[in-house]
Design a binder for this molecule. Structure first.
Ligand SMILES: NC(=O)c1ccc[n+]([C@@H]2O[C@H](COP(=O)([O-])OP(=O)(O)OC[C@H]3O[C@@H](n4cnc5c(N)ncnc54)[C@H](OP(=O)(O)O)[C@@H]3O)[C@@H](O)[C@H]2O)c1
Length: 422
């Protein structure tokens, strides 16, 4: 369940200095003069330990300077995805050390170049994937994990782009071998990755695309899919009705019992790709039972069955891939095709909602409530809405309940381990 992952020190360097005391009230102005000899003080979301929403806050950090091969980005917007929920809860293995600045993707303007960086200039508009540390006014990224943004693309759209579209593109084309006339099943169809899959599938002729999603999203996303299926119903029967012989590609971000179902729905020579474990999330904090149950159901898959049935099973994780030797070149090729599709109008990142850094709890709650359609985005320049508007009674109750339950697994004392996403 693990793979090649970036060194922990790399993450620690993303935000240079120690966390400073102070919540959103104590937030510094962007680019505050720093203590002599250090970088500027900038606002950042801090995850103080693993658990519920109360573990998230905004504080000041000293921005890091870019090292060799890195560049510094003045972050304008950052994407919030389901991976961030897993990190908050401590549902990733291995777990990073807290406190940390969460966030894996952002868009902004290049602010400083490290030694040896050639393809970028200060002032370039970019999107980036980082190994945590994105949810801040300033972050540092490896230059080969950074992509130029078209002038016509807003920073908010740019922040919704890299992880969803790179994951979707690499899974569909590099792993799944998507081509004309194939059929694809994807879960969480109305989410960031789900809608990226839909737009990329639409760029290939005659692809039959089936997606499962909560019923409330169906009217909005129906036109992007051949068939949208209620996630609470018996989707196996629904898929068989549309594709009696099975599908060519199953993209499974749910894990657990869906692994066996996905493999059963494959045509011979079809490809099942496991790329997430959303089923491990059953509440505000980590459930050891859901975690164990989900992964146990994957581990009992028999390679002999795959051999007998001519089926292929694969796994995909973007971040470890990006930190592998060939990953950046692969991602660059994929991003170049995604950009061409953006130019043609075929790719348009869908943004569900935009929030201030101080509203990170509410932003994340949209994912847990299953109410997002597209990417949830944090805008570093946005002011929070008045308290009364942004705290729903449900969100407050959930936070109180979680506080009563305790910290969940992990916390500041958790072991230092390599950051890793699932
Ligand atoms: N391997 C990789 O490199 C990679 C990269 C990016 C994302 N991912 C994975 O891809 C999946 C989608 O990610 P995303 O960032 O685009 O998020 P997303 O789909 O926007 O996530 C929110 C949606 O997930 C669905 N969901 C499924 N199980 C859930 C649960 N237990 N609790 C709450 N919601 C649940 C809900 O939609 P419905 O109710 O409509 O189903 C919800 O609206 C996640 O599993 C994520 O971990 C993997």
């Amino acid at each position: 369940m693990s793979g090649e992952s970036p060194p922990a020190e790399e993450t620690a360097r993303m935000m240079g200095g120690e966390e400073e005391e102070g919540g959103s009230e104590a937030v510094a102005e962007r680019g505050d003069p720093a203590v002599e000899g250090e970088g500027p003080l900038v606002r950042a979301v801090i995850l103080s330990g693993f658990g519920g929403p109360s573990k998230l806050g905004v504080s000041r950090q000293t921005a890091a300077c870019p090292g060799p091969g890195e560049l510094r980005i003045l972050v304008k917007a950052c994407g919030v995805g389901f991976l961030d929920v897993l990190v908050r809860q401590g549902n990733v293995d291995p777990q990073p050390r807290t406190p940390l600045v969460p966030g894996y993707e952002c868009a902004g303007v290049v602010d400083a170049l490290g030694e040896g960086v050639r393809d970028f200039e200060v002032g370039h508009r970019v999107a980036a994937v980082v190994n945590l540390g994105a949810w801040a006014e300033v972050t540092v990224a490896r230059a080969d994990h950074v992509f130029r943004l078209r002038d016509s693309m807003s920073f908010v759209e740019g922040a919704a782009l890299p992880i969803s579209y790179l994951a979707a593109h690499l899974m569909l084309f590099d792993m799944g071998g998507l081509r004309e006339g194939m059929s694809v099943l994807v879960h969480s169809a109305g989410g960031g990755v789900g809608l990226a899959v839909a737009q990329l599938c639409a760029s290939v002729p005659r692809v039959t695309l089936l997606g499962t999603a909560s019923l409330a999203k169906h009217d909005v996303i129906r036109d992007s899919f051949t068939h949208v299926i209620d996630r609470t119903g018996d989707y196996v029967q629904d898929v068989k009705r549309v594709c009696p012989g099975g599908v060519d590609i199953v993209l499974d971000c749910l894990c657990g019992e869906n692994t066996a179902k996905g493999l059963a729905l494959l045509k011979p020579m079809g490809t099942y790709i496991l790329y997430g474990s959303s089923n491990v999330v059953t509440g505000e904090t980590k459930s050891f039972f859901s975690f164990a149950k989900s992964w146990w159901q994957v581990e009992k898959v028999s390679p002999v069955r795959l051999y007998e049935e001519n089926k292929r099973m694969g796994g995909f994780q973007l971040l470890p891939l990006l930190f592998s030797a060939e990953g950046p070149a692969r991602a660059r090729r994929a991003m170049s095709e995604i950009t061409t599709l953006y130019d043609s109008g075929a790719v348009r990142p869908r943004v569900d909602s935009v929030w201030a850094l101080e509203e990170v709890k509410e932003a994340m709650q949209k994912l847990l409530d299953r109410s997002n359609i597209g990417r949830v985005v944090l805008d570093t320049e946005k002011s929070p809405s008045p308290q009364g508007d942004r705290h729903s009674p449900e969100a407050s109750e959930a936070a109180e309940e979680e506080d009563a339950e305790g910290d969940g697994e992990g916390g500041a004392e958790s072991k230092e381990r390599k950051p890793f996403i699932r």
